[in-house]
Design a protein around this ligand. Structure first.
Ligand code: ARG
Length: 304
């Protein structure tokens, strides 16, 4: 038999990633610069932006996921990056719960009331980490459920103190990674779980101890160079065996295909002008407590 088969046995797909929230780019523009990608003299074209966003949502749906859409508020141009609205999960009984982000920059804080209203209408209970609105900064683009733990980047956006709150308030293990690269200011620009054992990892995003800790955590790492990571290729969404990516260098494509993953590249270059791509533009709603995040009585923070 000579059917094309991946040269390695398939590992287990992620359990989550089949239901997302996205924010329609009704008012996307660059009004300020809070990351190195944003330039006020390089504004997105609204027509191309809309077409790219529609095609991205179409690709995610074609891969087998559902996408909920929240309209964008006129006064919050970064609200398209839905991942930062909050950390959404389902309790073991299926009821939704969301830890709302407490944005680092005041420019983005107007998004949170809209997020809270949407999540409440969706049936979710919502909370902030620590004291309401004055607790530690937490931006959900820094957080991933993976292998039973919450892997959280901190430094540029999320504060280290938020890790403690997440661990004790959610009763989970939180693994903290210190981000030091200015261009990889959220963990989702440098880390992407692909399956239960494989993940894209850019060690250059982190300090030495955190890079070592992350590499030790990933059984089958696709180690990205800084240059590869700057294509936004780690800022991808995984739906079963399909990876919806904003870019995919050849080496990365070969690696993924050898694991039996299908690569779908969507052009979101207009939306990248704000410093985010496919993962930033979507927020998974189907991470489950008790399945994707294992209950740890009292909670625990693990730092390198
Ligand atoms: N302009 C946004 C910011 O700087 C981009 C957010 C990117 N989102 C992400 N999940 N990495 O906050």
């Amino acid at each position: 038999m000579s059917t094309a088969r991946p040269s390695r046995p398939l590992d287990r797909s992620l359990e989550w990633g089949r239901h997302y929230l996205a924010v329609s780019p009704d008012h996307f523009r660059i009004d300020y610069a809070i990351n190195p990608f944003m330039r006020l003299d390089d504004q997105p074209d609204p027509v191309r932006t809309r077409a790219q966003w529609d095609a991205m949502v179409g690709a995610i749906e074609a891969a087998g996921a559902r996408v909920e859409v929240l309209p964008q508020l006129a006064e919050t141009p970064d609200m398209v990056y839905a991942m930062n609205l909050g950390l959404a999960m389902q309790r073991p009984d299926g009821s939704p719960h969301v830890v709302l982000s407490h944005m680092r920059y005041a420019e983005r804080r107007g998004e949170t009331p809209a997020a809270q209203a949407w999540f409440a209408a969706y049936g979710a209970t919502t909370q902030r980490v620590g004291a309401e609105g004055v607790g530690a900064h937490l931006e959900a683009g820094d957080a991933f459920a993976w292998r039973g733990e919450l892997v959280v980047g901190f430094g540029p956006r999320t504060e280290e103190l938020a890790l403690k709150h997440l661990a004790t308030e959610l009763q989970v293990a939180v693994r903290g990674l210190r981000i030091v690269h200015p261009g990889m200011y959220h963990l989702d620009l440098a880390f992407c779980p692909l399956t239960e054992t494989a993940a894209m990892v850019c060690p250059d995003a982190l300090d030495d101890a955190s890079a070592e800790a992350l590499l030790a955590l990933v059984p089958d790492p696709l180690v990205l160079s800084e240059a590869e990571t700057m294509t936004f290729c780690a800022n991808s969404v995984v739906v079963g065996r399909t990876v919806v990516m904003p870019a995919c260098p050849d080496r990365v494509r070969h690696w993924l295909e050898r694991r039996g993953l299908e690569v779908v590249v969507v052009d979101v270059t207009e939306l990248q002008k704000g410093g985010g791509a496919v993962r930033c533009l979507t927020n998974p709603l189907d991470v489950r407590l008790g399945r994707d995040l294992v209950e740890v009585p009292g909670g625990r923070v693990l730092l390198p």
